[in-house]
Design a protein around this ligand. Structure first.
Ligand code: A2P
Length: 276
């Protein structure tokens, strides 16, 4: 058994779980609550939602069933809410839906460079952090040039950058850049929205190490120091995706998975996505 680190320390000292349960497309909200409770029962300690997912209330219903310190809750500001005042209003709406006192992590969901408001938005995030309304702040889908702007024009380095990351889209250059800046990388769609699970190379490695394809891909992410947010609506698979200590990848397994790189996104490109 090779245990993986359970948490990672963010730039401001806050500990964030390495494996979280993502609830994108987990709807309706009543089902979100049941699924999040399944995940917490299985041992998940991080739940990742967003204003855009339409299920913050369902997440809040689940989180309020357990001890607050047992679950790290992430939410995200949607693209149409960039700008100082609308960010602060959107944060209030998120907290009203979640019905929590303090959020653990708030992310700028996409940079939307065409609107050029992400720097002003980030300054509002700094206010929320200074006011103690959120324990950590970060970004999502940001590339080096967007992070350069934040570094040049604001005082706070994002603590997390949540991006699409999996063997078909490895983003090695971005990961090295995040490491240099002290930003923790967190993968959305770490299974390539499930596409990796049908890959014969992944299946072969899974057979060799005696794990499922999903476990192999998740462990590959963790072994690169990347936090993961696997998404599943199935209680058995939710539990399976957290059970990663026994998944031991040797160097030749990692090399086989590394060789799957295709620079292939399942989601939109951050430079152009507006979400409108
Ligand atoms: P399901 O909800 O039926 O389990 P990603 O996290 O990369 O976006 O991938 C999510 C997709 O992967 C979903 O379609 C989900 O389907 C599927 N999935 C998640 N975990 C597993 C697993 N352990 N085994 C098989 N499929 C999985």
């Amino acid at each position: 058994m090779s245990a993986h680190p359970r948490t990672v320390r963010l730039g401001n000292g806050v500990e964030m779980p390495m494996v979280g349960y993502g609830v994108w497309q987990v709807l309706p909200e009543s089902r979100t609550t049941a699924r999040v409770l399944d995940a917490i029962t299985a041992g998940y300690r991080l739940v990742d939602t967003a204003a855009a997912y339409g299920n913050e209330r369902g997440v809040g219903d689940a989180v309020r069933e357990v001890a607050r310190e047992d679950v790290f809750v992430t939410s995200k500001l949607w693209n149409t809410q960039h700008g100082r005042d609308s960010t602060l209003r959107a944060f209030d709406a998120t907290m009203a839906a979640l019905r929590l006192e303090v959020l653990d992590l708030y992310l700028v969901h996409w940079p939307v460079p065409g609107r050029d408001l992400y720097v002003e938005t980030w300054r509002a995030f700094e206010e929320l952090l200074a006011d103690g309304r959120v324990r950590a702040i970060g970004v999502s889908n940001f590339h080096a040039e967007h992070l350069d702007r934040l570094a040049a024009e604001t005082a706070t380095v994002p603590m997390v950058n949540q991006v699409e990351l999996h063997p078909y889209l490895q983003q090695a250059g971005l990961l090295a850049d995040l490491d240099r800046r002290g930003i923790v990388a967190q993968a959305w769609s770490p299974l390539g929205q499930g596409a990796l699970l049908a890959d014969p190379v992944v299946a072969d490695v899974a057979r060799q190490v005696g794990a499922s394809p999903a476990q192999v891909v998740l462990r590959w992410n963790l072994d690169r120091g990347v936090a993961v947010l696997p998404r599943s609506s199935n209680p058995t698979r939710i539990a399976e995706n957290l059970d990663l200590d026994g998944v031991e990848l040797a160097a030749h397994h990692v090399a086989a998975l590394d060789a799957l790189e295709r620079d292939e996104r399942t989601g939109p490109h951050p430079d152009t996505f507006t979400g409108e």
